[in-house]
Design a protein around this ligand. Structure first.
Ligand code: ASP
Length: 321
């Protein structure tokens, strides 16, 4: 028998060297717990995994603590370009948008692509026009801006870095548990519903100081997001370029399907061995049809949480002792 469950992430990264503020840590813990709880509510009412992950990611996009929707990082030009993907493991239906600058909730636009278009992935202006045609209200690009992300871009420009997993070398004290300059703030969710259907969703502002036009793994099915009832639902966060080259999310599914690995073995093989072998860092949240979950990461921490229907939400940031 399956157990309905939702698992989420708000990005992986390094522990902050700056003085860590307990209050800020509490903000992250509370935000993650509230998102898990909303997913549990949907699932316990018999809602679909697809609805649960879409709503969880929408809430994470709305939360400026995470690099998706409001609070997204800046490109080299000081703009925002957002990517998102959602996939239904039951039908393999998928919707995604990339490089959008005026859509408040890219995950809802991705869901609209899945539901109302014959396509899987729409980019830039075309994606925005499609969203408007579906009744989305466009927002100004600076809707996504926050002072913290602007300061982060200035540090990155000063260091001439595209902030993947690089050391910032900067002294900053935003007080967050994971170092804002050495973390991936992509958000994502995976779920298994009461009917045993799987779904995955991922949304991101990408990398600080990224080239304009750069697209990461998050909106690419099989790279940063994948769901298939036959194996697993996966949402990734980390060095996008490495996750793309490995087709990381799909590789976890393939290791389970073709090599007979368990969820835990397959996700750890990809995150701890294959991603690191190519110099990448990050993590995934993954769930199989029995409701088993795996949340491996190869960085010092990952904002994460999960909740089985009927149980309390569990939230963690650092590696457990
Ligand atoms: N994987 C994302 C990207 O490459 C970044 C992240 O996980 O924060 O755009």
């Amino acid at each position: 028998m399956n157990r309905a469950v939702i698992a989420i992430h708000g990005g992986a990264g390094a522990i902050a060297r700056a003085a860590m503020s307990k209050e800020k840590e509490q903000c992250y813990v509370q935000a993650l717990a509230a998102v898990v709880a909303s997913g549990q509510t949907i699932l316990s009412a018999g809602g679909s995994a697809l609805d649960a992950v879409t709503e969880a990611v929408r809430l994470l996009e709305e939360c400026p603590l995470f690099n998706a929707g409001k609070g997204s990082v800046f490109t080299h030009q000081g703009t925002h370009e957002l990517d998102a993907c959602v996939m239904d493991g039951h039908t393999l239906d998928t919707g995604a948008v990339a490089g959008v600058s005026h859509i408040r909730n890219p995950i809802l636009a991705a869901r609209a692509v899945l539901k109302h278009s014959p396509h899987v992935l729409l980019i830039g202006e075309g994606a925005e026009r499609f969203a408007v045609s579906r009744g989305f209200e466009p927002v100004a690009n600076n809707f996504f801006s926050t002072d913290e992300r602007w300061a982060q871009l200035q540090r990155a420009l000063g260091n001439q870095q595209i902030l993947l997993d690089h050391d910032s070398g900067g002294q900053h004290a935003d007080g967050a548990p994971l170092d804002a300059d050495r973390k991936f703030g992509t958000v994502g969710a995976v779920a298994c519903d009461l009917h045993g259907n799987l779904a995955a969703a991922t949304s991101t502002g990408g990398m600080t100081n990224k080239y304009v036009g750069r697209v990461g793994d998050s909106p690419l099915p099989g790279a940063g997001c994948y769901a298939n009832n036959a194996s697993v639902a996966v949402s990734c966060t980390g060095t996008g370029e490495v996750f793309i080259r490995l087709l990381a999310a799909y590789d976890i599914a393939a290791l389970m399907t073709y090599a007979g690995l368990s969820l835990q073995q397959a996700s750890e093989r990809v995150v701890m061995e294959k991603v690191t072998a190519l110099g990448g860092s990050g993590g995934v949240v993954a769930v199989d049809r029995a409701g088993n979950i795996a949340l491996p990461f190869n960085s010092e921490g990952m904002y994460r949480g999960y909740g089985y229907v009927g149980d309390d939400a569990v939230v963690a940031i650092y590696r457990e002792a």
